[in-house]
Design a protein around this ligand. Structure first.
Ligand code: GAR
Length: 296
């Protein structure tokens, strides 16, 4: 029976006994504290039984849980007991569940953006009523960027990143993992993604590019610059490319492309408008399809 519990909780033998001791100590401590509290309140043999029961239940529900966390932390098992408490709080409806209505784990997404954030806003809007997908973090490298206001309006936490740590350090992987991020979407993010981040999210980072790659991609090709180059070259069509991210700018495997026609009178500005319309129509749906295919 002990072995089965060990397997179910995913813990080692030693950890099992430490946890067992924490439960034991909590039970004994709660019993002693309950006796002191009931004595302090002035309970006697004559006190109304229901009143006694209600107070004991209250101490058990709240006090016990706090004491358990305390002993858990002292014995080096904070993670185990916090997970245990979270489950309980979620069952009681006090804490938001990590499980979607369909019974599956909620997929958490981070959006990296450094511009006005209209794609980020559109993606947030697309998933806002979904119980199985959540945008949990907006990552941005530009203080004051419009996307930060989008995050604030939607009450999504933001992470302002700095070049050296992102490119040469841990790529903020600890923050992403702590936020429980499963999938990364680049929507107007212009820094090269470092190998550390790619290794942390294999095939789980995608980008949108405002042209039909492999044409008009690479370093320095972003936003308006892409459209100016496309118009200057006299192209008859342009479009969007959604692709996986690898160590090279705009070179990861293509997932989806959509095209639009360029009229002779089109300027870089109205091409940008057409491209944004394509992005709004397709990007969230493509993300949704990729998330559905993620291992659960
Ligand atoms: C989008 O058009 C996106 O395709 C482009 O930046 C724009 C961001 O707009 N990305 C690149 O150029 C990447 N090379 P937004 O901030 O309004 O979403």
């Amino acid at each position: 029976m002990f072995q089965r519990m060990q397997q179910k909780w995913g813990i080692s033998g030693t950890q099992f006994w430490v946890i067992f001791i924490a439960f034991g100590l909590t039970g004994t401590t709660t019993a002693i504290i309950t006796r002191y509290i009931t004595h302090w309140i002035g309970f006697t043999q004559e006190t109304f039984l229901l009143w006694k029961i209600l107070v004991r239940i209250a101490i058990l529900i709240f006090g016990y849980q706090f004491i358990l966390l305390g002993f858990g932390a002292i014995l080096g098992q904070w993670n185990f007991f916090w997970k245990y408490e979270k489950k309980l709080l979620q069952k009681l409806g006090i804490m938001k569940s990590e499980i979607a209505k369909n019974g599956q784990k909620i997929t958490k997404m981070a959006i990296f953006a450094s511009g006005q954030g209209s794609n980020a806003a559109n993606i947030i809007d697309f998933f806002k009523n979904r119980s199985d997908v959540k945008v949990v973090l907006i990552v941005c490298n530009k203080p004051g960027a419009g996307v930060l206001s989008v995050a604030e309006k939607n009450q999504i936490p933001t992470l302002l990143i700095e070049k050296d740590r992102f490119s040469k350090g841990d790529a903020y992987l600890p923050e992403l993992k702590t936020a429980g991020v499963d999938f990364v979407v680049l929507a107007g993010f212009l820094w090269k993604v470092p190998p550390t981040l790619i290794a942390g999210y294999p095939n789980q980072i995608i980008n949108i590019h405002p042209a039909l790659l492999p044409k008009y991609g690479g370093k320095g090709m972003y936003g308006g610059k892409v459209h100016e180059a496309v118009i200057a070259a006299g192209e008859k069509e342009s479009g969007i490319t959604i692709h996986f991210v690898n160590e090279h700018y705009d070179e990861g495997a293509s997932i989806f492309q959509a095209k639009c026609l360029i009229e002779p009178t089109d300027t870089a500005e109205n091409l940008a408008f057409k491209i944004h319309e394509l992005e709004y129509a397709h990007f969230p749906k493509q993300i949704d399809a990729l998330l559905a295919a993620l291992p659960k």
